[in-house]
Design a protein around this ligand. Structure first.
Ligand code: PGA
Length: 258
């Protein structure tokens, strides 16, 4: 059984005081949640204070991005060891906004994924098709290429075959997020059936030893009032949520439903 996983991606929102206020309000609302893993990914400047604020809570801390190098002359970038040092357990990698606005390719995503694993960060690797690709019936082709290239060296040559031991161990650390670009921040959610179809396809691409264990989150306009029907699908194991993760009641509404 895969435990549901609700992850908030705050993007470029929340100053320090806003973030601390959020945590103060959300903690009691989700204090009794034991059937789901919960995560918040705030912007970098807030991470260190959030480490203290979330201590002794059941909400984990993650970052929205990282560089693949450990240190060096990369102005404006942040490395895996830096994220570890401020209490991050998770890191989002290859979000479509990183791909779209900051030129991240599958090759870069692959380097970041390996760096995250090397630094003991739990990566959440994002894939998803654009509206144009969906309308041209290219969804599965695009997703397959994103998975194949982003996970290069973690998936063996025959793709569905047996992986090397090291790669198989690494897979227990990995979460995948399917986020159709046309559904992000648009209010247009993929239907549970559309999402399920792609989730099952992604699972079919994973090495068979790990396929049933890897959590695949859905992202794209998930809200408290559509979360339940999405999570009812067999291959949807949680949500990566932007807008609806910014208000304490709304984040709690994603985590507390029956
Ligand atoms: P959204 O964003 O929930 O605001 O659509 C999701 C995401 O980009 O992770």
């Amino acid at each position: 059984m895969r435990k549901l996983f609700m992850a908030g991606n705050w993007k470029m929102h929340m100053t320090e005081s806003e973030a601390l206020n959020f945590v103060k309000q959300v903690k009691p609302l989700v204090a009794d949640v034991t059937d789901k893993d919960m995560l918040i990914c705030p912007p970098f400047p807030v991470l260190s204070r959030m480490q203290d604020a979330l201590k002794d809570s059941n909400v984990a801390l993650g970052a929205q991005n990282m560089h693949f190098e450990e240190k060096g002359a990369f102005t404006g970038e942040v490395s895996g060891p830096m994220l570890k040092a401020v209490g991050c357990e998770y890191v989002i990698i290859g979000h479509s906004e990183r791909r779209q606005y900051f030129g991240e390719t599958n090759e870069i995503v692959n380097k970041k994924l390996k760096a995250a694993l090397n630094h003991d960060l739990l990566p959440i690797v994002c894939v998803g098709e654009s509206l144009e690709q969906r309308e041209n019936n290219e969804t599965m082709k695009v997703i397959e290429a994103q998975i194949r290239e982003s996970f290069k060296d973690l998936i063996t040559a025959d793709f569905k075959g047996t992986g090397a031991d090291l790669a198989i161990n690494d897979w227990s650390q990995i979460t995948i997020a399917y986020e159709p670009v046309w559904a992000i921040g648009t209010g247009k959610t993929a239907s549970p059936e559309q999402a399920q179809e792609v989730h099952a396809f992604i699972r079919s691409l994973l090495p068979k030893e790990v396929a049933q264990k890897v959590r695949i989150l859905y992202g794209g306009s998930v809200k408290p009032d559509n979360v339940k029907e999405l999570m009812a699908k067999p291959d949807i194991d949680g949500g990566l949520v932007g807008g609806a993760s910014l208000k304490p009641e709304s984040f709690a509404g994603l985590c507390v439903f029956d």
